[in-house]
Design a protein around this ligand. Structure first.
Ligand code: APR
Length: 258
């Protein structure tokens, strides 16, 4: 058995003993589905725009068509993508441990499409638009822009209730995270035995505090990431590899031992 196998066996043993596992995901879990990270999505026609123009309430107020068009383009690329082996393994793990709470920073729906019943979306969702003026939930347009590599201004739909412009249901720069969802994530982190952080740079606060709080409350923290992050310092185990490689290996091994 080499060092990597021993590390995996130790992690597997910990997951098997756990009563409550928190899985905390970031853009890296969707990378192998071909979903660009927020910054990587600022390419092509979008290169000349600044994040503040595309991802803030001020940017939307200044040019709603530009912002709605960008998010529709991102939604389109997510709809063309498929969940990968990591998303599927996380969904499978939920039925193999007594309790699993899935917390994600991603605005895609790949966890749900892989079979996870519920994900706490800390940064909102591309699939839950709401009115910019009155805040009421809105439905998505049925005609989807068909420009995978392009991008263009698209006038946002109008709210059925007040006629205001519909905005993407994601958390923009300068906005608060959804309070109830954030609280549930912190509660889960502070009461779990094991937290598995997958594919996040652990740089964006307050979300980056979630694994730190789990660690402080006594949980074991496992990190799966091909690259070093700030979480390395407190993680009990750092599994260096991609999500689609490491997560299924971990879940398969945990299953074999039961
Ligand atoms: N498997 C696992 N991890 C990966 C993979 C992969 N195949 N590919 C990349 N990663 C890792 C990177 O090493 C990096 O640590 O995923 C992480 C992605 O980091 P970010 O792009 O910063 O994504 P995230 O941590 O989700 O960012 C949080 O910041 O830009 C905002 O709102 C945006 O939700 C996002 C938030």
């Amino acid at each position: 058995m080499n060092d990597d196998d021993e590390l995996l066996q130790a992690v597997v043993a910990m997951v098997r003993r756990a009563r409550h596992v928190v899985v905390f995901t970031g853009a890296g879990v969707s990378a192998e589905s071909g979903i660009a990270t927020f910054r990587d999505a600022l390419t092509g026609l979008w290169e000349r725009f600044d994040v503040a123009e595309l991802a803030s309430a001020e940017g939307f107020a200044a040019d709603p068509g530009l912002v709605w068009g960008w998010y529709e383009w991102r939604r389109m690329s997510v709809m063309r993508a498929l969940p990968n082996a990591a998303h599927r393994a996380i969904a499978a793990l939920a039925s193999r441990v007594p309790k699993l709470t899935l917390v994600t920073q991603n605005v895609d729906d790949l966890h749900e499409r892989a079979g996870s019943e519920r994900a706490l979306h800390l940064h909102g969702s591309l699939f839950a638009p709401r009115c910019f003026d009155c805040g009421r939930p809105a439905s998505l347009p049925s005609d989807v822009p068909d420009e995978p590599d392009g991008g263009r201004r698209i006038a946002p739909p109008r709210c059925d209730s007040c006629g205001g412009p519909v905005r993407p249901g994601v958390v923009w720069f300068g906005e608060m995270l959804p309070e109830g969802v954030l609280q549930q994530a912190f509660d889960a982190a502070r009461s779990c035995d094991v937290l598995v952080s997958i594919g996040t740079s652990s740089l964006v606060f307050p979300t980056a505090q979630i694994p730190v709080d789990a660690h402080r409350a006594g949980a074991k923290v496992i990190q799966i990431n091909p690259n070093a992050t700030d979480l390395d310092a407190i993680a009990d185990f750092n599994l260096r590899g991609t999500a689609a490689m490491m997560v299924p290996a971990l879940v398969r091994a945990a299953h074999r031992c039961t």
